[in-house]
Design a protein around this ligand. Structure first.
Ligand code: CP
Ligand code: NVA
Length: 299
């Protein structure tokens, strides 16, 4: 069992708990842990679309002997004016845990405040800790651990990147970040990583970030909800594409949370190359979240 009531960002876990969740995920993936969650139900609130998060949580609950309910924006009264606080209290009376994908991280905190059952962040504009669990599991599998693994983040500094920065600091990954000035990580996230003893190195030039890296990680430039910023963001990210030219002097492997926009943040040839860890990474969403769910819900 975890100390925390909710999983709103990766540092709701202690470092020991993070290692425990990753070990449990690996054991489940290997078929060595057959913990079940019979009769347990996960309510899944979505304000934004999803392929991986929705399907991995729903499949994960089925495989654990439980059940998941998809609650889309138009499906429930939340989308028709019922307050978050009422929705959360009522959900708590039915389900055993809630997973929510929302725009505003503050709304997730409000849901958690009113919830008597664990609330899991399925992505907000600020954080994507379930992605970080899968990312760390993938790195651990690929490199046998975290010691001396150098990760370069190239691209936008929002949800996926920010949770990775904190998770990387927790496990001691060596992280270098290259983002355009106006799209960097939040100062609070960088300060938190520094307090954990692993302040990321920040460089302007993406080439300088990737040359010594073991892993190069990128995310979309136009996140969900930012479609009206497309023109200015495409201009700001010119030169940050992960392509064969950027990787010419690097033998790094490549990660991407997906969905990928080929020809924007990454080229199709890199995504499909031998360097690419993305399909294992996507699969690991399932195993990592099963590890999290059993730690959160198995009494
Ligand atoms: N990486 C990720 O969260 O993907 P989805 O948006 O498809 O859930
Ligand atoms: N940064 C992306 C991540 C998608 C999983 C977004 O918020 O759309």
């Amino acid at each position: 069992m975890l100390e925390t009531d909710h999983f709103l960002d990766i540092d709701d876990l202690t470092t020991d708990e993070l290692e425990t969740v990753l070990d449990r995920a690996a054991a489940i993936k290997a078929g060595e842990d057959d913990t079940r969650l019979p009769d347990q139900t996960l309510g899944m609130l979505f304000e934004k679309p999803s392929t991986r998060t929705r399907i991995s949580f729903e499949t994960g609950m089925t495989q654990l002997g439980g059940h998941a309910i998809f609650l889309g924006p138009e499906d429930i009264q939340l989308g028709h004016g019922e307050p978050l606080s009422d929705t959360s209290r009522v959900l708590s009376r039915y389900v055993d845990a809630v997973m929510a994908r929302l725009f505003d991280h503050g709304d997730l905190i409000e849901i958690a405040e009113y919830s008597d059952v664990p609330v899991v962040n399925g992505l907000t504009d600020d954080a994507h800790p379930c992605q970080t669990l899968a990312d760390l599991l993938t790195i651990k599998e690929a490199f046998g651990g975290f010691d001396d693994v150098r990760v370069a983040w190239v691209g936008d500094g929002n949800n996926v990147g920010q949770s990775l920065v904190i998770g990387a600091a927790m496990v001691g990954l060596d992280l270098t970040i290259s983002t355009p000035d106006t799209y960097g990580m939040d100062d609070a996230v960088l300060e938190q990583a520094a307090e954990l003893g692993h302040e990321p190195t920040i460089v302007d030039d993406p080439k300088a970030a990737v040359d010594d890296a073991d892993v190069v990680y990128t995310d979309v430039w136009i996140s969900m909800g930012q479609e009206d910023q497309r023109h200015e963001k495409l201009a700001a990210f010119d030169g940050y594409q992960v392509n064969e030219r950027l990787l010419a002097d690097s033998d790094a492997q490549v990660m991407h949370c997906l969905p990928a926009h080929r020809g924007e943040e990454i080229t199709g040839d890199v995504l499909e190359s031998e360097r690419s860890l993305v399909w294992d990474q996507a699969e690991n969403r399932l195993h990592a979240q099963k590890g999290l769910l059993v730690e959160l819900l198995d009494a």
